[in-house]
Design a protein around this ligand. Structure first.
Ligand code: PEP
Length: 239
């Protein structure tokens, strides 16, 4: 399966941050390699400009969230159709920061994933347990319930990102055995061919080991996607 290495810039990046993508492209030798997909999900303000600027270098651009509806009275929200119109190909839905900061339930996440398909985008559906849930031995149960409630019903391909909440931005990661166990579990619950990303403190120093795990088909990278010098070794670490 072709690996997908995705950068989630979160609420970081002004127009000048394109310099980091330019630097990444230089490090990659002029364009993204054919044997992996490279995706940047910048803030919504940069999606259109980046999509127009980087399509020739095969750097894909995605959104970080979308509203379930196509349009309407939802001040401040962005629809999947708007992201597609701006040139995005993917959209992250159900990131734990959205689930926590905006009270997004599994049902809302599922509606957003369905909206992505309606607009012709590929959703990246995020799931993951908290530290308390892992310590209580409930990680598989929690992620199983999130998958049950948030995955779209469609024949179209989608992506799942396993992101343990306690690993995001903390420098902590699960053991390789725990990542393998969870990804085998998610594989058993998703359609054949679904790309499964690991996310949570992926860095240049651990990317190779994590990306070599069976059923890890790429990474969703937060902090280390902001600088080309960090993101490049992660992009090239995928087998
Ligand atoms: C993320 O927020 O999707 C993420 C994985 O963050 P970080 O890589 O910074 O832990």
């Amino acid at each position: 399966m072709k690996p997908l290495i995705a950068g989630n810039w979160k609420m970081n990046g002004l127009a000048a941050a394109s310099a980091e993508i330019d630097a990444l492209i230089r490090l990659l030798g002029g364009s993204a390699p054919d044997d992996r997909d490279v995706l940047i999900c910048p803030p919504a303000t940069l999606v259109a400009a980046f999509a127009a600027r980087y399509s020739d270098e095969a750097i894909q651009i995605g959104g970080q969230d979308c509203h379930p509806e196509a349009n309407g009275a939802h001040t401040g929200d962005i629809s999947a159709e708007m992201l597609a119109d701006a040139g995005a190909g993917f959209v992250i839905v159900g990131h734990s920061e959205r689930r926590a900061d905006h009270g997004e339930t599994d049902a809302v996440v599922k509606a957003k994933a369905q909206a992505a398909f309606r607009a012709g985008l590929t959703p990246i559906v995020c799931v993951g347990e908290t530290k308390d849930q892992r310590e209580a031995g409930k990680a598989l149960e929690i992620v199983g319930a999130q998958l049950e409630g948030s995955l779209p019903e469609t024949g179209e391909p989608f992506v799942v990102a396993y992101e343990p909440v306690w690993a995001i931005g903390t420098g902590l990661t699960p053991t390789i055995d725990d990542i393998a166990e969870m990804h085998d579990f998610i594989r058993s619950k998703t359609p054949q061919g679904t790309r499964l990303l690991y996310g949570g403190s992926v860095k240049p120093g651990n990317a190779k080991e994590i990306l070599a795990v069976t059923n890890v088909n790429g990474a969703l990278v937060g902090g280390a996607s902001l600088k080309a010098a960090d993101f490049h070794p992660i992009v090239t670490a995928a087998p």
